[in-house]
Ligand binder design. Structure first.
Ligand code: SIN
Length: 486
């Protein structure tokens, strides 16, 4: 199918109560291709009244949906996994067009995203409970799990499908209805996904999608409604803090996947070639636009020069271009603002004494390109060591010993993930346990997996997505106390 046909097939409306409809005031907004800056199409611009209508339909559908047999919900998810898998090329092209990442990256994301549906299709039938005697033997306790109720799911632009399926999947498995607010920059992938979910058998009103140019216009009326019982957000720490405040009056349950500042530690006993490959994955997956991207490379002094040289060679050979072109590995950043932030952080580091051993500047075409960059001799006061760069830049610093490595890695307000490369098992465990993060990659640059609990600590948020922990976030524990008459 041509790119034009792929865009054409997407329903560019709001999905409310199973109906695709225009926004309350008929307004639309443009979606553009970061690889060219050109507008791809226009999408209905959700208003507060649309958000309220979505709440009504989600609330109305909740009881019947909660009562469906778990197997039925699991089978819907399994069909959705199959449909996504069958349509990988189409979904990947759509994602590349609106987000920029290369087709290889987009295909990998479709597989990763679909895997959340497969995983939660299997978990839907394993929602457990228990039956116990009270300690004095006079009564019985039945503990069961029920869906939390209608949810608001707010998804980011960097993984337009996977961050959706990892929230929608467990919500469906648990029996929750939902309102999804996709990122303004990348609504098309979510609209295509919603269409596919309807085809897989999701009943009307269970999944509602309201794209909008104003997040607050959608989010405020939804969270102000006490019938909405949960909010899940992936995005910046700054916005996450505001959303936590907004959930306070109605005490809605929250899952917060926020910013990161991942340290990537390389010890002198590491397999250096494996560490370089791990570094390229941890840094360059998704063009570096990921909260789990390695943000700081801390390398033991004795191997720092060799590691930096090898990483520089690998980064320099990565082919940059429009994501739809064959063999392209690095696409454009999502917009000019993102590219300006990356430039600013690199310029700051260089002005303080860092050296770009490759890249160090924008370039590569009409879109928002930034060259894969390695920075050596980065001083401690460089902003790039504190702020999330969200781009293809690898700053390298050094450490003398394990204590210094751990202290440096933990010297950040964030705590999402850390990476350790070493051949010493004792050290791997010590450092893995010592990192103040929710996740650790040991001799790997990739921790993301639908069956694992993804999430952070400190300013990286709370709650987990994926794994059985991801389903628990959409379930309430209920206890029934059963008195015995004799
Ligand atoms: C993110 O960057 O927000 C998520 C990355 C992942 O799931 O691997």
């Amino acid at each position: 199918m041509s790119e034009h046909d792929i865009i054409d097939r997407v329903r560019k409306h709001l999905l409310v109560g199973g109906r695709w409809r225009a926004s309350a005031d008929g307004s639309v907004f443009g979606v553009s291709d970061p690889g060219t800056g050109a507008t791809l199409c226009e999408v209905a611009d959700g208003q507060a009244d649309d958000a309220k209508a979505a709440v009504e339909t989600a609330v109305e559908a909740q009881d019947e949906w909660a009562a469906t047999p778990p197997r039925q919900r699991g089978e819907i998810l399994r069909r959705a996994w199959q449909l996504m898998t069958d349509r990988t090329d189409e979904l990947a092209t759509l994602m590349t067009l609106e987000m920029g990442k290369s087709l290889t990256e987009s295909r990998a994301e479709v597989a990763y995203a679909a895997d959340y549906f497969r995983w939660f299709s299997e978990e839907a039938v394993r929602i457990d409970g228990n039956y116990k005697r009270t300690p004095d033997g006079s009564a019985r306790m039945i503990v069961t799990r029920q869906p939390v109720g209608p949810c608001l799911l707010i998804t980011p632009w960097n993984f337009p499908l996977a961050m959706g399926t990892r929230k929608i999947g467990p919500a469906i498995a648990a029996g929750c209805t939902m309102i999804v607010k996709p990122a303004q920059l990348t609504p098309l992938s979510m609209l295509a996904l919603a269409d596919l979910l309807a085809e897989a058998g999701v009943p009307d009103g269970v999944v509602n999608v309201v794209p909008s140019t104003s997040a607050s216009r959608v989010v405020n009326p939804v969270l102000a409604d006490p019938r909405i019982r949960k909010m899940s957000f992936t995005g910046s720490t700054e916005v996450g803090r505001m959303l936590v405040e907004q959930c306070a009056p109605n005490l809605q349950r929250m899952s917060m996947e926020l910013g990161g500042n991942a340290a990537f530690l390389v010890f002198s006993d590491a397999d250096l070639d494996a560490a370089v490959e791990g570094a390229v994955t941890a840094k360059m997956r998704n063009n570096g636009e990921s909260c789990v991207a390695a943000n700081r490379f801390l390398v033991q002094s004795s191997v720092a020069e060799e590691f930096t040289r090898k990483l520089t060679d690998r980064m320099a050979e990565l082919r940059m271009g429009h994501g739809t072109q064959p063999d392209v590995v690095v696409g454009p950043l999502v917009n000019e603002g993102q590219r300006a932030t990356v430039s600013e952080l690199v310029e700051d580091a260089v002005s303080r004494g860092a050296r770009a051993t490759t890249g160090g500047e924008p370039g590569g075409g009409d879109g928002y390109f930034y060259r894969p960059t390695v920075l050596a001799d980065v001083p401690d006061d460089a902003r790039i060591l504190r702020e999330e760069v969200f781009g293809p830049v690898a700053p390298v610093t050094t450490f003398a010993d394990e204590d210094e490595a751990l202290a440096g890695a933990n010297d950040t307000e964030y705590g999402l993930v850390g990476y350790v490369f070493t051949r010493d098992l004792d050290r791997a465990i010590r450092v893995g346990e010592g990192l103040a993060t929710g996740m650790v990659g040991i001799n790997t640059g990739l921790v993301s997996n639908a069956s694992a609990p993804f999430g952070g600590v400190k300013a990286s948020g709370f709650g987990r997505e994926g794994g059985d922990e991801g389903l628990a976030e959409y379930l309430e524990t209920k206890y029934l106390s059963l008195a015995l008459r004799s």
